[in-house]
Design a protein around this ligand. Structure first.
Ligand SMILES: C[S@@+](CC[C@H](N)C(=O)[O-])C[C@H]1O[C@@H](n2cnc3c(N)ncnc32)[C@H](O)[C@@H]1O
Length: 397
């Protein structure tokens, strides 16, 4: 339980294992089915699985869904190894390519690495790897190889090419056909053999109408940590993996890249109604100051709360009467103005019929972080855990 995250399960704003287990034990031990609508790397789902509770997760990031799936279901390493060896052989002799549709690809990869990746992509697509647990593990190993075989600085979770990376990696060839089998073996050490668990995963935008009217069923518990305002640029963090996964998994980069909640991308305010703008100003009058200081950032905040409200409408539609919602969220600092994000979200939830029955602060200091981050002086000192019971009766705001 206290294992430090490795390169294999690194994920921005990943929930520490201690906290995800604590939330399940404290609030959801009796749950019949748990939903994490922002499942990321799947830590909450894995904690539900460890307590034998059926669960479902959603995330807009296809990489997150792939990682969660391999983590939850495990795979048969011998079968996966055999399949991977066959795919490596085929890729080596393959004359055809599945091009990566990304103008910037030559900035990130050498000519030879790109050529290999495009051959691998062709072979992988032909084998429809997404349909078996072993195929999905190979796809995850492939996705994990991408950053390693790029020109990016290997120390940073965010992709960028530093001076040091230029100096130490220039002229070297990083071979995905060697990396993928090695990563597959490491994944098997981490996620072990096939697991018998009941879970469902959905890749999509939770605030969209597709989810509101979907048939994902109902849940006795929703346990989640929503995205922060403008804190993690999930698209930027994963762009290399996403462009290389496109066409191997059923998603399009162009459909998701502006739809991550908390994003600064795109036309932010176009999708926010007049009513929502007004509601946001009532909930958080300091937004006026933010808009004078930094108009674009105030749009980010407006869009964030409007998006989160759409998610809460979705939560109402899929939680059972008397169901429990647990969210973990902290504060933000935008244009020098502290935003009590968790308190605003709590108010929005109360209006939608979720009654707060417990809340406490989880100190960031209590978290087991990799050594390099232990001394970090982050702005966020704690996150609030808030637990609600759904009454079903909507309060007028
Ligand atoms: C704070 S992280 C969750 C981390 C997770 N609890 C873990 O332990 O890895 C928030 C997640 O919300 C996802 N997300 C952002 N916008 C979304 C949207 N519109 N629909 C669904 N998921 C979204 C991000 O991709 C990210 O994985």
């Amino acid at each position: 339980m206290s294992r430090l995250p490795t390169y294999l399960d690194r994920y921005p704003a990943k929930m520490v294992t201690r906290l995800s287990h604590e939330l399940i034990t404290k609030y959801a031990a009796q749950a019949s089915r748990i939903f994490d609508p922002f499942c990321g790397s799947g830590s909450i789902l894995a904690a539900a699985r460890d307590s034998n509770i059926p669960c479902a997760g959603a995330d807009i990031n296809p990489y997150a869904i792939l990682l969660s799936q391999v983590k939850l279901e495990g795979f048969n390493y011998n079968k996966a190894k055999q399949l991977c060896e066959q795919l490596v052989r085929l890729s080596l002799s393959c004359k055809l390519k599945l091009p990566i549709k990304w103008d910037n690809k030559r900035y990130w990869f050498t000519y030879t690495t790109l050529k290999k990746y495009e051959q691998i992509r062709y072979v992988f697509r032909e084998h429809d790897l997404i349909t078996t647990a072993e195929g999905r593990a190979i796809l995850l190993a492939y996705a994990l190889s991408v950053r390693r075989c790029s020109r990016a600085d290997q120390r940073s979770p965010k992709p960028f090419i530093s001076k040091q990376a230029r100096a130490t990696r220039a002229g070297k060839h990083f071979d995905p056909l060697t990396e993928i089998p090695q990563l597959l073996e490491q994944l098997s050490n981490l996620y072990g053999s096939p697991q018998d668990v009941k879970f469902d995963l959905y890749n999509g935008d939770i605030k969209s109408n597709d989810f509101l009217h979907s048939t994902i069923g109902s849940f006795s518990h929703i346990v989640t940590s929503p995205p922060y305002i403008n804190a993690q640029d999930y698209f930027r963090n994963f762009k290399l993996e996403l462009y290389l996964l496109e066409e191997l998994l059923p998603f399009k980069v162009s459909k998701i890249h502006q739809n991550f909640i908390g994003t600064e991308r795109g036309n932010l305010i176009a999708q926010v109604s007049e009513g929502a703008l007004y509601d946001n100003l009532c909930r958080f009058p300091e937004l006026k100051t933010v808009s004078e200081r930094a108009p674009r950032l105030s749009e980010v905040v407006h869009r964030y709360f409007s998006d989160m409200d759409k998610c809460f409408e979705m939560f109402q539609s899929c939680i059972k009467p008397d169901g429990v919602l647990v969210i973990v969220c902290g504060d933000n600092l935008v244009a020098g103005e502290p935003i009590p994000t968790w308190a605003i979200l709590n108010k929005m939830l109360e209006v939608r019929g979720f009654n707060l029955f417990d809340s406490y602060g989880d100190e960031i200091e209590r978290r087991l972080l990799p050594p390099s981050r232990l001394g970090h002086k982050g702005l966020i000192k704690q996150e609030m855990v808030s637990a609600f019971r759904f009454s079903g009766s909507i309060v007028s705001s």
